[in-house]
Design a protein around this ligand. Structure first.
Ligand code: SF4
Length: 375
């Protein structure tokens, strides 16, 4: 059996070098990659076509300059970074880029994309809870258009059987990721916040059955270790992402373990399976209408706060850390509601800002240090 460190190293290498992951995939299969803009794309369609879906989550940039021509300075930090990378040619090798457009910034981005790869844009219905059947029909049609455009661009046919198989592959991966998160919470003294993140981020750059195999191997290796008591504080994090490693390292240096997350980049993608349906496009549509707990998926009942509070109770967490993507309107609009709910439930909480244009993390460090002392 390989060691925990060796398996995490493999996953971390993939998470840290998407370009190489893409080149390796091409070498192995002869097929390229399709860019998946955040958030909630029916990636299974790309998988069923035999191409590699690649997450596009930006990167830490010392300076954003070119992107300012197309985006105002108050557009969210992650899209500033994605636009900068695009203008630098980082995404030129992609075969296509798929956009869902649940916020104003993504709408602008999809229209201002200048990369070589053709853009496929689709809309998620937002009235999915009050008119579920109609929303499902609409969403299915949107996915059918994405499928048709993908088939044209990639010159492949995506069969019903292939799509059903891809949904099964993804559901197995979702289960493996949920299992890993539970094991990471259980072995908080073994799995550091940065390890947890690397394992989950790697899934954006790997063929999913390969990621599943590595995650399952990791779970077995972790479980083979003696369970030692974690003496630090346990937190649940919420937001779009918690990156870069510098920020995760600050959690670790201050004795925090991340025992659960509600991140758009992590758990929100595998919290639930795609249901079984004879029509796989309808199955994907139903998964969207069932989806809960994200600022990008409208629900007048606002279940997100209670969902996070439930996670705090389930994992015996000491607090919630709200990791706010700088200038992310949808998440910012939900924050006052979350804050009131946390306070009413007696859940201690901290707010930090995630900025992909930052190279100094002193403010985050001070806030987390102080919070650790308060706890
Ligand atoms: S971070 Fe927020 S504002 Fe930016 S693209 Fe994502 S949802 Fe939209």
């Amino acid at each position: 059996m390989r060691t925990v460190e060796a398996i995490i190293k493999d996953l971390k290498n993939i998470a840290d070098d998407p370009k190489k992951a893409m080149a390796d995939y091409k070498k192995e299969t002869g097929k390229g990659a399709v860019g998946i803009m955040p958030v909630y794309c029916p990636e299974e369609l790309v998988h069923a076509a035999g191409y590699l879906p690649m997450g596009m989550w930006g990167a830490q940039k010392k300076q954003i300059s070119k992107a300012r021509t197309y985006l105002p300075p108050f557009a969210c930090s992650i899209m500033q970074s994605v636009m900068e990378l695009e203008l630098e040619g980082a995404y030129d090798d992609l075969e296509a880029v798929i956009f869902s457009v649940p916020c104003d910034t993504l709408k602008c981005m999809s229209q201002k994309w200048h990369g070589k790869a053709p853009v496929i844009t689709f809309t998620h219905p937002q009235n999915r809870k009050i008119a579920k059947d109609a929303a499902n029909v609409f969403c299915r049609e949107e996915y059918a258009i994405v499928k048709e455009k993908l088939e044209d661009i990639l010159d492949v046919r995506i069969s019903t059987k292939a799509l059903q198989n891809s949904i099964a592959v993804y559901n197995e991966n979702r289960q493996a990721c949920r299992d890993f998160c539970d094991v990471a919470a259980d072995y908080a003294s073994v799995i550091k916040p940065s390890d947890r993140h690397a394992v989950l981020k790697a899934r954006w750059f790997m063929e999913k059955s390969k990621h599943t195999a590595l995650v399952k191997e990791l779970i077995e290796a972790v479980k083979a270790q003696p369970k030692t008591e974690f003496k630090g504080k346990k937190v649940v994090v919420t937001g779009i992402t918690v990156e870069p490693y510098d920020v995760l390292d600050i959690f670790e240096e201050n004795g925090f373990a991340i025992v659960a997350d509600d991140l758009a980049q992590e758990t929100r993608n595998f919290r639930q399976d795609v249901p079984v349906d004879a029509d796989p496009l309808m199955a994907l549509a139903k998964a969207w209408s069932d989806f809960d707990g994200c600022s990008l998926a409208t629900d007048a009942n606002k279940p997100k706060g209670q969902m996070i509070i439930d996670e705090v109770k389930k994992y015996g967490a000491d607090a919630v850390v709200v990791c706010m993507m700088k200038f992310c309107d949808p998440e910012e609009f939900d924050y006052p509601i979350l804050l009131q709910e946390f306070e009413a439930a007696g859940v201690r909480n901290l707010f930090i800002e995630i900025d992909q244009e930052s190279t100094a993390f002193e403010q985050v460090k001070t806030r987390i240090q102080t919070f650790a002392e308060i706890l």
